[in-house]
Each structure stands twice: as C-alpha cells, then as structure tokens.
Design a protein around this ligand. Sequence first.
Ligand code: HEC
Length: 111
Amino acid sequence: MSRFALFSPFLCIAISPTLIRAQATHATARVQGNAEAGQASFQRHCVMCHAVTEGVKIVGPSLYGEMRGPHAHTAASVREIIVNGKGQMPALGKQLSDQDLADILAYLHKQ
Ligand code: HEC
C-alpha cells in the first residue's frame, strides 16, 4: 500500500468540515425574504423613524418607492445602510439576523 492511500482518509476528515462550513455560509447569504415577516420587523425596528407613505418624514425619510421606480436603491445598498447606518441613522446590523434583513428588503421592495 502506498503512503498516500494510508494518508488520504485523514486528509478527507481534515478537509470536510471546512467544506461544510463554506456551504453553510453560502446558504445564509441566499436566505429567501418574506415580506409579511419583514413588515413585522419593520414595525419593530424602523417605524419609529420611517414611514412608507409617500412624502412623510419622521426622523428619516419616507421609504416609499425606495426600491422601486427611477431612483430605486438596490437591495445591496439598502442592506448596507441598515447594517452600517447612515448619518443620523444608527447601525442596526447587530440587532438583525440575515433572515430579518432579507425579510425587511422583501417588504420594502413592495412599498
Ligand atoms: C433612530 C431613527 C432610525 C431608525 C430606527 C432607522 N432609521 Fe433609517 N434612516 C434614519 C435617518 C435619519 C436617515 C437619513 C440618513 C441620512 O441620509 O443622513 C435614514 C436613512 C435610511 C435609508 C436611506 C434613505 C435614502 O433614500 O437615502 C434607508 C434605506 C433606511 N434608513 C432604512 C431603514 C430601515 C429598513 C430601518 C429599520 C431596519 C431603519 N432605517 C431604521 C433614521 C432611522
């Protein structure tokens, strides 16, 4: 038996947790947003500062049409603002899971 044949099962055991972890990371980056759950999250985390009615400013601007129409923001840029904050808006990344973020984006997409 060659040395490699003896060694290779150990190599597989060493590598596979890394592969599994890589797949798990990939899966969370692709969570499906649910607009109804997003509405509930929006009410918990955003509604004190943002309306989704056109032209209504609370602390922050209305998010009406934020992700639709000619001046639409991309999902990536809105996600970035939510996670890291912007100006007077606090960073909310630590309070929200990937699922919460995907849900909020799905909800905002319809406003
Ligand atoms: C404490 C108040 C506050 C909370 C809570 C808050 N925001 Fe904001 N948000 C702001 C302010 C103020 C701005 C304007 C920032 C600026 O442009 O300087 C803003 C800006 C934004 C923008 C960019 C708007 C634009 O077109 O420039 C988005 C998108 C946004 N907020 C989404 C959210 C979402 C989604 C949540 C909830 C997860 C949230 N915000 C929670 C205050 C808040």
